[in-house]
Design a protein around this ligand. Sequence first.
Ligand code: ARG
Length: 465
Amino acid sequence: MAQLWGGRFQKETDKAVYDFNASIRFDKKMIEQDIKGSLAHSKMLEKQGIISLEDYKAIKSGLEKILDDVKNNALEITDEYEDVHSFVEANLIKIASDAGKRLHTGRSRNDQVALDMRLYTRDKLVQTDEALFHLLNVIIKIMEENLNTYMPGFTHLQKAQPTTLAHHFGAYFEMFKRDRQRLSDIYERMNYCPLGAGALCGTTYPLDRDYVAELLEFKGPTLNSMDSVSDRDYVIEFLNALSIIMMHLSRFCEEIILWNSNEYRFIEIDDAFSTGSSIMPQKKNPDIAELVRGKTGRVYGALMSLLTTMKGIPLAYNKDMQEDKEMAFDAYDTVISCITLFGGMLETLTYNKERMAQSAMMGFTNATDCADYLVYKGMPFRDAHTVIGKIVLYCIDKNCSIDMLKLDELKGFSDMFEDDIYDAISLETCVEKRLTVGAPGSEAMKKVIEINKEYLEDNKIKEIF
Ligand code: ARG
């Protein structure tokens, strides 16, 4: 048990207490961030004349060696230490003796952990954005290739109106685009440096907080030292954004599972992204889509968990806040792997275009267009709606679609029907005439794709952040 305190204690910490209290098992993930923060802190201490140049140099090379050794497996992070901060400091003291002991001047683990968590979350925000950026590129490519891939659009999971694959996937493009915007909003709000807040009330040393903030690429220092050490809003906001991403992915997965089913057969998931059954030789299961859908639960769980943890904590730091890490880290990693795997699966899907178009032709997806036809001929819409309703009933009885009826039969319902009805309600016309912004007509879609390509061009990963 190597701990950073003990002077005022007369007894050893109980082993079970020590283990319960320790966080090294999970906060070791923040080793890079912890060392990065210490490098900036010590550089500032030297600039301010709080430590000597010699001490700073010893600290710097010691910290760099620790990180190298950990990366090369020459130094193991064991649970002999309470947390990652103790691990780094204890090892630094081994290497740099008194200089190492000066590192923690003007700093508390409270502002240190607040900084590490911010840096870690900021890194994960960028990685998530990067994964979404790649996914958006996959989606837009599929959209461009499928402007005329007709399929039914659904409401209540019942065929509603015909659309295209480009249009359907375009809906997800908008969702993931909003997700990226949410991430960038969070980034803007969280990008301030808490280091220098000390335990809760700042410090008497003449720290240059602006300088440390600049070294760590923050916009500036946080403005209230109590808030600095007790704020985890940015973790909650990020978990919220991740939950929304998972909700989007989960909806997309649900559709892929449906479309891949024997009943739909709209798409086929590539062998590389499917799994088999141990007993049923015919099976090819959409496990990846199911797992992504399933993992949504644990990401929502992380959000609920931290919201609940934070709700009754008085200012400033309390140990409850150590609970911000495990589930959040799990959620960060889960979402990045889900986006990445989902993108791979999407990229390799094959489409049964014939069947999609056939499906769009059945199920009266052109009923609205048929009513609109009568409206253009002068009938009030409400009357047209009733006439087409009756035609649909007639067709259900005859087991056919509206366009399969003869003109005579149609005229039996309204003498406004003419020969041009067939053209007016063909699958192609039904889609291609929908030309308002955001509608599936390919000319309208082309414009939207142009706008979204410009968006991707203007919002590459590095430029946002
Ligand atoms: N492991 C702690 C955490 O994750 C670090 C901060 C400890 N601070 C303290 N005052 N005990 O929150």
